[in-house]
Write a protein that binds this ligand. Structure first.
Ligand code: PFF
Length: 448
């Protein structure tokens, strides 16, 4: 762990930070929404298989590249490269990931801003400020800009403090809160009428849908987004882990936490929708599918909270605070990608680089807010449906075809003396070389 660039001080710190990056709006909003619109448990099943068989190996490739390089994404890739074209390739992949992270942050912070305004609304209502409460949940340019800036301000505040005092400390505070809140909300929703029906809908797979190409593509996209792949973030987080740590196990633990929280979020959202139905709220769209997307979070669930009376104010507060925390632990990882690059490659103080890059991304966010109808979708599609799979695939190509096999194996061995007897050791190198790039490429090709 380089003294000057900082690093995670403990295993727990890394797990909370990496799980914090992985667990975000994608888990608590995206996953249940995708499940609702893709045949319930059939989607959950496919997601679990793809998360462990494709996303986890790709995730390990990024962590290993970072830990080997002990530097920002570009420098880490270039340390592996042995000639000029490989160095150029390393630059394209590393820098591409950094741009991808910045683009995701530019639209993610807008949605996170909405979560924050919806979290404050019940407080305003409790305090009797009805006008302010209404303003907070009605779309307006000013509200959108203000809350996007507020959210970005929090992200900048944490990243300015560095790896240990910023990312690690805040992830260790926020992640246990997130898990606690999630469990409390699930328990409460389960006491309500209609929850059981939702539970059955969530866990009853329609096996006939398991091999539908659309379902496979959605599940893989969701798994990649959730593990923050193809964004340089896991390369950076990998670079802050000490050589004495067992990376294979740490990576598996983070994947398990990520998948479990997505699964738990489904246990909250889908039953909550059926509770809303029991209260007379429409939860099915005209084509018979469950309502998903922004209507689910900003219409169906708020209608449910309103129907609960005064308790609903506390539940709404808890739910949107949960969303805001999930978003914040992810957004800090997105900002760390470009910041670490500028700090290390251009010898800039961290505070200055963070403020400068954070404000730059905020300008892009404001541009998106002003052109919300087309630009939000455009930037989201560009970065998550094109950028992430392409960069993640190239990272696997880099690890599988450019990195010397003996160097990879000795990196895997660091902190894990007995790894030679494990399945990971036997399978992962060729799996990353052949299976991952081909499978990611095929699914991406099909999605076009
Ligand atoms: N993994 C986050 C989520 O599920 O919401 C999103 C994310 C975080 C994407 C960090 C990309 C990234 F670099």
């Amino acid at each position: 762990m380089g003294v000057s660039r900082g690093g995670f001080s403990s295993r727990f710190g890394f797990i909370m930070a990496a799980a914090g990056s992985a667990v975000g709006l994608g888990n608590i909003w995206g996953f249940p929404t995708q499940t609702a619109s893709n045949g319930g448990a059939a989607f959950v099943l496919v997601y679990l298989v793809l998360a462990f068989s494709l996303a986890y190996p790709a995730f390990m490739a990024e962590l290993l590249i970072g830990r080997y390089g002990q530097a920002n994404a570009v420098s880490s890739m270039q340390k592996i490269a042995r000639n000029t074209w490989q160095k150029r390739f390393g630059f394209v992949v590393g820098f591409g990931g950094i741009i991808c992270a910045a683009l995701i942050l530019s639209f993610y912070s807008i949605i996170a801003g909405w979560m924050m305004s919806y979290a404050i609304e019940p407080l305003a209502r409790l305090g009797g400020f009805t006008g302010a409460a209404d303003w907070l949940i009605n779309h307006s340019l000013i509200r959108n800009i203000l809350f996007t800036a507020l959210f970005m301000g929090l992200t900048i505040f944490i990243i300015r403090r560095g790896v240990e005092e910023g990312i690690e400390k805040w992830s260790k505070r926020l992640m246990p809160m997130l898990i606690g809140l999630l469990i409390l909300l699930i328990i409460y929703v389960f006491t309500l009428d209609g929850a059981r029906e939702g539970f059955n809908a969530y866990l009853n797979p329609d096996i006939s849908r398991v091999f539908e190409p659309d379902l496979l593509i959605s599940a893989l996209g969701q798994a990649f987004f959730s593990l923050s792949l193809g964004t340089s973030v896991m390369i950076i987080y990998g670079s802050y882990i000490a050589k004495k740590e067992n990376l294979v196990t740490l990576g598996a633990q983070v994947t398990l936490i990520d998948v479990s929280i997505a699964f738990l979020a489904g246990l909250l959202i889908i039953p909550a929708m059926y509770v809303a139905q029991a209260q007379g709220v429409a939860i099915f769209a005209e084509d018979g599918s469950l309502i998903s997307g922004s209507n689910l979070v900003f219409t169906v669930l708020p209608a449910l909270f309103t129907g609960m009376g005064d308790v609903g104010l506390f539940v709404a507060f808890g739910f949107f605070v949960l969303m805001s925390i999930a978003a914040l632990t992810s957004s800090i990882s997105m900002l760390e990608g470009p910041v670490s690059y500028v700090v290390e490659r251009h010898d800039t103080p961290r505070e200055k680089a963070t403020t400068f890059i954070g404000l730059g991304i905020l300008v892009l966010s404001i541009l998106i807010v002003i052109n919300l109808e087309w630009m939000l979708d455009f930037v989201a599609t560009l970065s998550t449906q094109y950028g992430q799979p392409i960069i993640a695939m190239l990272c696997c190509v880099f690890a599988g075809w450019i990195w010397h096999r003996s160097d990879i194996l000795s990196e895997i061995k660091q902190g894990n003396e007995h790894v030679e007897h494990s399945l990971f050791w036997k399978i992962w190198p060729w799996y990353t070389k052949f299976v991952c790039p081909t499978a990611i490429g095929l699914v991406f090709w099909h999605s076009l």
